[in-house]
Design a protein. Sequence first.
Length: 222
Amino acid sequence: MLYLIPTPIGNLEDITLRAIRLLKESDLILAEDTRVSSKLLKHFEIQSPIESFHMHNEHYKTPKIIDLLKKGKTIAAISDAGTPGISDPGFLLVRAALESQIEVQCLPGPTALIPALVQSGIPCDRFVFEGFLPPKKGRVTRLETMARETKTLVFYESPHKLIKLFEQMLPLFGPERKLAVLRELSKLFESSFRGTLEEACTFFNANSPKGEFVIVVEGVKN
Ligand code: SAM
């Protein structure tokens, strides 16, 4: 069995009892960054063997992991934070496991996009998750398509690109488009901004963005 196990995005209390149990019972834990995950595992007294599995070695390591799974080993994949496969490694392994008729389960648990969406105050009944936008090539084209989307948009952005992002969005989405910017979810300095795109430009130019952010934008009205 291959388990994808969500880990906290800030507050350690957000790990589930089942996640802790399965991590303890796994023959091997695949971690995006073993140094980051070792701290979490130590905190919960999880002593299963751990090995790195990230975007630079996932192609090379996947066949070996599939062999272990075929031999009946229980393997758990975790990322640095949140749900593996969501803007993190995981998809390639899931696909390879399913192609080899290996059972895959992703546990319900922490991820940044869902709490951000639900507490944004922007309709959360229908939404599109865009992950990270392309850094350069294709970025404006992606934003142009997103500007025409009628469903709520949810995406991730790093702090140093946030002001540039809002400036790029302004002519495409219009100054009055509503958005919410959720910062440091579940952490000590969690905060949020809700307003129009124009107000976001003013606010973040005056308050330099630091930390981790999720952006939620209302869909265009027909
Ligand atoms: N796998 C993760 C998940 O399930 O949400 C996402 C990993 S992705 C590499 C990291 C991005 O997720 C950050 O740049 C930020 O946009 C968002 N993120 C992660 N933790 C967050 C938090 N505590 N508050 C706000 N955004 C967060």
